[in-house]
Design a protein around this ligand. Structure first.
Ligand SMILES: Cc1cc2nc3c(=O)[nH]c(=O)nc-3n(C[C@H](O)[C@H](O)[C@H](O)COP(=O)(O)OP(=O)(O)OC[C@H]3O[C@@H](n4cnc5c(N)ncnc54)[C@H](O)[C@@H]3O)c2cc1C
Length: 370
């Protein structure tokens, strides 16, 4: 192995946000990188997401922030409307300079397109419709048996395979996934002219809001309380919006015309002990998946990819670098997941206004260097 000549090799499982980011960050430091992605086309689930300041700051490290801003919708303010109609605003910390927005809304397929194009441009090989079936060790390196009956022996094995991570189990870190009695609805709509930032609306039972993802598009989110994952699909999203008034009622008529409505359970996970085992490590949602309310899961995933590559830079001992990575990331990620769990609990009790300070504290904490 010759670190300076870039002959270290990595196999990344999962071509999601964490895996693609890690691939580009490692390629920039000379690693040979292959990704295996179980989906045939590596599609991204869902319509859109918020790239908060920490995401944009980490993407800047890869030179991708301006591409994301151009493909999405830059903004800096969230306006929260309480059940009695009272509005409060919060300005997101500007982490990439005063001349650029604090954050961006972006369509998930756009973000994936940008991350994938960059990974490929830098020379990452991505194999779709492929996964890992067994992991072992060979002279301290990771030996991965793949589902097409081929094997790879690499210096680094990265599990970036999401909340249901198979790698997490394969490296001996089984972790429970928690369900929080909530379902999150998303609908793609034309962007209302007044939605130039994020707007949230707390109802008596549920919480809704709108996030612009381009000059012409936005998505409406709605968090439904007290649903079990096995329950029959709830009434359509527009029925849940029936009790809202004002601008939120306007969203209802746009949702009624949307043919892009999805529902996802609110789940979290947090691998409590070390995220690594020998030359294997888990990153992104595989290690720490917060609930969507903090809009920060992608930020943690992107930071993980960038920081993993930094920790491995110039370190000949991969397991030691991975342990250092997990120590460096552990507290920040655990705090975010636990805060997101507390926010979900407050929402379930209809105490939305008490969740706003927690969400703000979360964004201030995430603004600190990763
Ligand atoms: C409804 C909802 C809304 C959200 N909104 C936001 C938001 O606004 N802002 C934000 O920052 N975060 C948000 N998040 C969180 C964010 O989506 C996640 O934190 C982020 O996608 C994590 O990225 P990841 O790459 O770790 O995992 P994933 O995005 O889940 O990617 C994992 C990849 O691994 C692949 N894979 C899985 N298993 C295997 C296997 N065995 N072999 C090979 N490949 C495999 C999957 O197909 C997938 O491509 C939201 C989450 C949800 C559920």
């Amino acid at each position: 192995m010759d670190i300076k000549n870039g002959t270290r090799s990595a196999l990344i499982v999962g071509a999601g946000i964490a895996g693609l980011t890690a691939a580009s960050a490692l390629r920039r430091r000379g690693w040979l990188v292959e990704i295996v992605e179980k989906d045939a086309e590596g599609t991204s689930a869902g319509w859109g997401l918020s790239l908060t300041g920490p995401s944009l700051r980490a993407l800047d490290d890869l030179g991708l922030t301006d591409r994301c801003l151009a493909a999405g919708y830059g903004m800096s303010v969230v306006t929260n409307t309480a059940p009695d109609g009272a509005e409060s605003t919060f300005e997101f910390p500007r982490l990439i300079g005063r001349d650029r927005p604090a954050m961006a809304g972006i369509a998930r397929p756009e973000l994936h397109r940008i991350l994938r194009a960059e990974a490929l441009r830098l020379g990452t090989r991505i194999h779709f419709g492929l996964s890992v079936s067994r992991l072992g060790l060979e002279n301290g390196r990771a030996r991965a048996e793949l589902t097409d009956a081929t094997t790879r022996t690499v210096d680094l094995l990265v599990g970036a395979d999401g909340i249901r991570s198979a790698v997490r189990d394969l490296i001996g870190r089984p972790t429970p996934i928690r369900y929080h009695g909530q379902q999150v609805w998303r609908a793609l709509i034309p962007r209302p002219g007044w939605a130039t930032g994020i707007h949230t609306f707390a109802g008596t039972g549920h919480q809704t809001g709108v996030v612009p993802i381009s000059p012409s598009q936005a998505y409406v989110f709605l968090t439904e309380n007290d649903v079990r994952p096995e329950d029959e699909p709830a009434p359509r999203m527009e029925d849940l919006l029936a009790s809202f008034t004002g601008r939120a009622a306007e969203l209802r008529s746009l949702v009624a015309r949307s043919d892009s409505v999805i529902r996802r359970p609110v789940r979290t996970t947090l691998a409590a002990s070390s995220w690594s085992g020998g030359p294997g490590v888990i990153i992104g949602d595989a290690a720490h998946a917060p609930s969507p309310q903090t809009a920060s899961g992608a930020a943690l995933a992107i930071e993980d990819g960038v920081i993993l590559a930094r920790e491995l830079e110039d370190r000949p001992d991969v397991p030691e670098a991975l342990r250092a990575f997990a120590v460096r990331r552990g507290e920040r990620c655990a705090a975010l997941v636990e805060t997101s769990v507390a926010i979900a609990a407050l929402e379930r009790q209809g105490r939305h206004h008490e969740s706003y300070p927690l969400i703000e504290a979360c964004h201030h904490r995430m603004a600190l260097p990763a």
